[in-house]
Design a protein around this ligand. Structure first.
Ligand code: MV4
Length: 493
């Protein structure tokens, strides 16, 4: 490659730990970076460490991090010729990617048409079906009428799940176990989708009870090379917020994994994908996998894939956006060892994960062999109330899963954060759980863990064995099937 710099300057259009992560990649590449920040983030670590910083508006996200014109203006006035959107906010906004293209700023992500296509979950299903990627039985595209929905559900077989085409991440899903429920829930799902996404279109799929969530990291360049850089198990979630992720997926047969990675790469190729992206799959009890949706961004949990593949995903995102070919030998990225990530948030697990804000009094980050911390915390930092509650991520690597677990226990035990409630104690409980240690994970795991924990402490306090179970989201749904699933989904809002 020539010594010509990749870009003149990169605008980082995000905040928190990911702004810092992207800044570090820019530093590693010798690229100057500008951090775009809101008035609430003036004192953030990314702003302090950046070469340059530019205020894009007030604290409210609609007027700063979600304000495309403000972000584009910031890129232009600071002389940036590339923009990294991070995750969340406008990271999967085709309009921002399109405007970038029009004003000559490289959007570090896929083309706007690809973002748009994958953002429509029914369209994404069509692309994957044509590429031969396994899907759950479901509708070809959007369901237009209740009559069509009932007919489709009879063909698919109950239980079915109604999903918004503009949805994703679990919002606005409804589970129906029979025709009467479908009749009741179909208009509700439509109305919910309309109000949440401004698009009331929905589609149907066969509903799987407590599947595993396994996703595949894709990296693709503008020269037709597509790499599947391994899978992550992200089954440990609470209300669609991931708590723990690991790579490779535990108890996952070699043959299934090979097929998963091969088909995910095929799907990404069919989608004309470029940059870093993720295909999400559900895995059933028998080990069959089914495509669910594609995320067209770098994900929070990308470091575990970096840890086992040796590939710096953010560096490569920037390189492929500049037109560089993927000079990575697919065989060299076979997973080496095992990595686990805990997402530490400013939530109080003892108060049903109520978010809390305040000033970080003390912060002592863990370290030592095999430990990486991606966090924007520092002692004296005031966690602003306007944004999500992620404080940072503890990522560990070990030569095998038991070593990674032991190192996570060590790292979490070393972590000190005072001044605000956080989830480190909850994570320590999860990691120490015998079922987790067996790799016996699924999307109902956290709810079941909380039930065990909650019932146990209540039993202690009340001197009795069982307390009432706590209803949760679809994740908690359904020991015994869809009927509970439907009510749990309904109760989740
Ligand atoms: C499902 C499902 C069961 N069957 N689809 C949740 C997030 C969104 N991306 C899709 N989700 C689900 N889709 C069918 N056909 C169960 C979930 C689901 C879930 C998926 C992954 C991780 C955690 C989850 C928690 C609850 C429900």
């Amino acid at each position: 490659m020539s010594d010509r710099p990749l870009f003149r300057k990169v605008l980082i259009a995000n905040r928190g730990e990911i702004a810092l992560r992207v800044l570090r990649a820019c530093r590693d590449l010798g690229l100057p970076a500008v951090v775009a920040y809101s008035e609430a983030d003036r004192d953030s670590l990314a702003v302090r460490l950046a070469d340059e910083a530019v205020c894009i508006g007030p604290a409210a996200v609609a007027r700063s991090y979600n304000n495309a014109p403000a972000i584009i203006s910031a890129a232009l006035v600071t002389g940036c010729d590339a923009l990294h959107p991070g995750y969340g906010f406008l990271a999967e906004n085709a309009y921002l990617a399109d405007i970038c293209q029009q004003v000559g700023v490289a959007f570090i992500g896929p083309r706007p048409e690809v973002i748009e296509r994958m953002g429509n979950k029914a369209e994404a299903r069509k692309v994957m079906r044509e590429a031969g990627v396994p899907l759950l039985p479901g509708t070809e595209g959007v369901v237009q009428t209740l009559g069509d929905a009932r007919q489709a559900a009879r063909r698919i077989g109950y239980p079915v799940i109604i999903k918004a085409v503009a949805g994703g991440g679990g919002r606005g899903m409804r589970v129906a176990t029979n025709d009467a429920e479908l009749t009741r829930l179909y208009p509700l799902a439509q109305a919910e989708a309309e109000s949440a996404f401004g698009n009331g279109e929905v589609y149907l799929e066969r509903y799987l009870d407590r599947p595993r969530h396994v996703e595949v990291q894709i990296l693709a360049d503008h020269h037709g090379h597509v790499l599947a850089l391994g899978e992550r198990d992200c089954s440990l979630q609470r209300r669609h917020q991931k708590l723990v992720e690991e790579a490779p997926a535990p108890n996952f047969p070699r043959k299934t994994r090979d097929a998963l990675l091969r088909l995910a790469a095929k799907g990404a190729k069919a989608a004309h994908y470029t940059g870093a992206g993720t295909l999400e799959f559900l895995l059933d009890r028998e080990g069959h996998f089914f495509f669910m949706e594609m995320n067209t961004r770098i994900q929070v949990e990308h470091p575990i894939t970096e840890a086992v593949s040796g590939v710096d995903l953010v560096v490569w995102q920037i390189k492929v956006a500049a037109g560089h070919p993927l000079a990575i030998d697919g065989r060299a990225t076979e997973p080496h060892g095992h990595a686990i990530e805990c997402r530490i948030t400013a939530e109080d697990a003892a108060q049903d994960f109520a978010p809390n804000v305040g000033v970080v009094e003390t912060y002592v980050a863990p370290g030592g062999p095999g430990v990486r911390v991606d966090s924007h915390l520092y002692a004296g930092y005031a966690v602003p109330p306007h944004y999500d509650s992620l404080l940072g991520k503890v990522i560990v690597w070990g030569k095998d899963r038991p070593e990674a677990i032991a190192r996570m226990e060590r790292a979490l035990a070393e972590t000190v954060i005072t001044g605000i409630a956080h989830t480190v104690p909850f994570h320590r409980g999860l990691i120490a759980d015998p079922a987790f240690k067996r790799g016996d994970v699924h999307t109902g795991f956290v709810a079941e863990f909380q039930d065990r924990y909650h019932n146990h402490s209540l039993a202690e306090r009340n001197g009795r064995e069982r307390a009432e179970p706590v209803p949760d989201t679809v994740a908690a749904a359904a020991p015994g099937g869809g009927a509970d699933g439907a009510s749990a989904a309904e109760g989740s809002r």
